[in-house]
Design a protein. Structure first.
Length: 134
């Protein structure tokens, strides 16, 4: 059954393999290291398919959405192994899923929220700094 799903997924995404992603600087700057995690953006459709295959989920179906800049997907890696992916859409965390589309652990979500606030939610940072000064 898994082989059939894998083959079907490959056929659906094969046409997207040649897609190369381009990202604005604000998204590239969020590629960083936090604790044991290295946070990456996929460079192309093949890499996104690889992430999808390793996480056993439907990430590869996001290829056109990423290409058309309708969503952003980051991979969180430990020792070059993807542990979970985070989708950012409309300046908010849309979803954070690990293998088999399972929700990430609370500890991981805490890391994701801190990373998101630092990189994407500048209003929160400004408010936090204002509160610290008073």
């Amino acid at each position: 059954h898994n082989d059939i799903i894998k083959y079907h997924q490959m056929l659906l995404t094969k046409k997207d393999f040649d897609t190369t992603f381009e990202f604005d600087d604000k998204f590239l700057k969020a590629c960083t290291n936090i604790l044991d995690y290295e946070i990456k953006l996929p460079t192309n459709g093949i890499e996104l398919y690889d992430w999808s295959n390793k996480l056993q989920n439907c990430l590869s179906g996001y290829c056109r959405l990423i290409r058309d800049k309708k969503t952003i997907v980051y991979g969180f890696f430990i020792d070059d192994v993807i542990k979970f992916a985070v989708e950012i859409r409309n300046n908010k965390i849309e979803q954070s899923k690990s293998k088999y589309n399972k929700d990430i652990q609370d500890k991981e979500m805490h890391i994701v929220k801190g990373w998101f606030m630092k990189n994407f939610n500048k209003e929160y940072q400004i408010n936090l700094q204002d509160n610290q000064e008073t």
